[in-house]
Structures are given as structure tokens and as C-alpha cells.
Design a protein around this ligand. Structure first.
Ligand code: NDP
Length: 323
């Protein structure tokens, strides 16, 4: 089968298309023929060396497709089912992938492989962070950075469905237009405007009770300055680089703030958590409250181009690789 691998860390050019043996499912595993592969920002951190991986390595943790074979003891899936997975794999940028059956979910009728691969990892992240990490309540004002991105678009729509007021940040006027269309109440162009000053103006000086920051280094100060007393700083990504060390005394001076650095995998660590989270996500999609934008598709062989687009902020919504 064809797969993407890298032998050394570096820029998008280290991603190589190679021929490797198609894997076989062991006990408890399923073999999935990927119909769509989700591209996630984490893969740029792994490729670039920010998150070390053992080399040479495959890349990618998300995808959806047809179950082609099942290993001993698998009852959750049968051959021919549609399966989608987000995590538990290092190497979904490939025609086939082997995944533990209890890490795979079955999208309901009406959700095809492309939508599932575009939605699952990003949507589970949103579900976990806005419903369980910090349960957002109707009427609360929430700051969402990089709101036109894959995670961002789902977060804005889901927060609006809860009844929250959303302050969205984006990098361009086109992206601002897009997130207004998704229901964002206020939009800040964070490359030009002072985020904390704008948030304080919008909230009448109070600040927000929770801010979701996946941009990292460049937005750290602005996010810290945007929080209300006892506000939550949810730092969940490093698109612009890792955040600097956090001084606890700054959290005290900011008003007894909470700083957390969550990862999806700790919120979907059991099959029960995974299934419940996926069910909530699929329900949001089926109801039409959350629309999944597949902003870009690339052929598997074009993984390099997909990374170039993601890292140059040229994408909106989710990006897919199609084998
Ligand atoms: P996005 O589609 O959101 O792409 C990243 C966006 O970040 C860009 O489009 C850009 O939007 C913005 N950005 C700001 N500064 C930069 C920069 N210097 N370089 C590149 N982009 C920048 O990606 P994803 O939806 O895949 O992921 C969003 C974030 O969420 C990532 O940081 C990812 O690591 C994180 N994440 C974390 C998870 C967790 O478990 N903790 C799980 C899933 C995702 P703009 O042009 O508007 O500035």
C-alpha cells in the first residue's frame, strides 16, 4: 500500500510517499481502508520535532473508511462497516490502517467518511473542552482563537448552540466574514488589534470566564489579559509556537485564574468516553447545529502541500487527504 513516512524531522518536504506492506489486524484490531484522512495541526508538531516521535515514522491519527478485516475477538465491527477513528494510531496517512476496534466509532447513517474524517478528532476535542473541561453555560461570553480553523469552526457553532456569546479571533478579513456567518457575535482581527483591550471593551471591562487558545505563543499575553476574575485559560495548542513557562503569581494577580493544558486523549481515554463524546458530536452534526466545512482536500501523495497550506494559515475548516 501507499503511505506517507518521514525519516527525519523538518519542514513539509521531509514527508515522503512510500510503498509498504499492508498491515494485518491482530486480536482486537480492525483493518480500515481509508476513504478520507483527517489532517490535524498536531502532525506538523510531530513532523517538525516539537512533539518527538520515534523515526522513521508514519504520520496521522485520524481517518474514516471501510472495515476490510477484523482480528480475533472483535465484536464491535464487521467487515463492510464504516469506521472512524481519532487517535490510537500513528500512520493514518496511508491507504490502510490497523486500529484497536474499541478506538473506532461507527458514524450514523447520513455521515459519510469524508465528514467523519473531517469532524471526529476536532469535534471530540470541542465536546470535551466546552462540555466537560469547562462546562460552558448559556449566556456566558467565551473567547475562541483561530475560529475559522478546523477546531475553531466547530467550537464557534457548538458554543452558539449552547447559547453562549462568542468572541472569535481570526487572521484575515475573509476569515472574519466566515466566522460571522457561523454565528460569532464579535470578531477580533488578532494580527492587527489588541485582543485584551477588545475583549475588555466588548465585556464592559469584565473579561471572559473562559478562553480557548490553540495559537499558543503569539496569543498568550492577550488571552491572559482577557480573563475575568477566576477565569479559565484553556491552552490547547501551539500553532504559533509553544507558550512560555507560566508564572503562578501571574495567575494570582490576574484574579485567581485557572490555567490548564489539556489534550483530547485524556478526555476520550476509555471506550465509554469515546462513544459518548462521538455520539454527542454526531448528534450536533445531524441536527444541523454544527456544519462541517471541508475547506481543502488533497491527494495522499500531496501531504506535503497539505502541511504547507496549514502552516501558512491558508486553510479554513478541515483539511483531508484522499487516498
Ligand atoms: P487550524 O485549522 O485551526 O489551523 C491553525 C490556525 O491557527 C491557522 O489557520 C491560523 O488561523 C492560526 N494561526 C495563528 N498563528 C499561526 C501561525 N503562526 N502559524 C500557523 N497558524 C497560525 O488547525 P486544527 O483545527 O487542526 O487545530 C487547531 C489547534 O488546536 C492546533 O493548535 C492544534 O494543535 C490544537 N488541537 C489540540 C488538541 C488537543 O487535544 N489539545 C486536539 C485538536 C487540536 P488564522 O489565519 O485565523 O490566524
Amino acid at each position: 500500500m501507499r503511505a506517507i513516512q518521514f525519516e527525519q524531522t523538518g519542514g513539509p518536504e521531509v514527508l515522503q510517499l512510500v510503498e509498504v506492506e499492508t498491515p494485518k489486524p491482530g486480536p482486537g484490531q480492525v483493518l480500515i481502508r481509508n476513504q478520507a484522512i483527517g489532517v490535524n495541526f498536531i502532525e506538523t508538531y510531530q513532523r517538525g520535532g516539537l512533539y518527538p516521535v520515534k523515526l522513521p515514522s508514519g504520520l496521522g491519527g485520524e481517518g474514516a473508511g471501510v472495515v476490510e478485516a477484523v482480528g480475533d475477538g472483535v465484536t464491535r465491527f464487521k467487515v463492510g462497516d464504516l469506521g472512524a477513528y481519532a487517535g490510537g494510531v500513528m500512520g493514518s496517512y496511508a491507504e490502510y490502517v490497523v486500529v484497536a476496534a474499541d478506538r473506532v466509532v461507527k458514524p450514523p447513517p447520513g455521515i459519510d467518511a469524508r465528514v467523519a474524517a473531517a469532524a471526529l478528532l476536532k469535534g471530540l476535542t470541542v465536546e470535551a473542552f466546552i462540555r466537560r473541561l469547562y462546562p460552558v453555560k448559556a449566556g456566558e461570553t467565551v473567547l475562541v482563537h483561530a475560529a475559522a480553523g478546523g477546531v475553531g469552526q466547530i467550537m464557534v457553532q457548538w458554543l452558539k448552540a449552547i447559547g453562549a456569546e462568542v468572541i472569535a479571533t481570526v487572521g484575515s478579513e475573509e476569515k472574519a466574514e466566515l466566522v460571522r456567518g457561523l454565528g460569532a457575535d464579535h470578531v477580533i482581527l488578532y494580527r492587527d488589534q489588541d485582543v485584551a483591550a477588545e475583549v475588555k471593551r466588548i465585556t464592559g471591562g469584565k473579561g471572559v470566564p473562559v478562553a480557548y487558545d490553540s495559537v499558543g505563543k503569539d496569543t498568550f499575553e492577550g488571552t491572559l489579559g482577557s480573563l475575568a476574575r477566576r477565569g479559565w485559560f484553556v491552552s490547547f495548542g501551539n500553532a504559533s509556537g509553544p507558550v512560555p513557562p507560566v508564572d503562578p503569581l501571574r495567575l494570582m494577580r490576574g484574579g485567581s485564574l485557572v490555567f490548564t493544558r489539556p489534550t483530547l486523549f485524556d478526555y476520550a481515554s476509555t471506550t465509554e468516553e469515546l462513544d459518548a463524546s462521538a455520539a454527542a458530536l454526531f448528534e450536533m452534526i445531524a441536527s444541523g447545529k454544527v456544519k462541517i466545512e471541508i475547506g481543502q482536500t488533497f491527494r495522499l501523495a500531496e501531504a506535503r502541500k497539505a502541511h504547507e497550506a496549514l502552516e501558512s494559515r491558508a486553510t479554513v475548516g478541515a483539511s483531508l487527504l484522499i487516498p
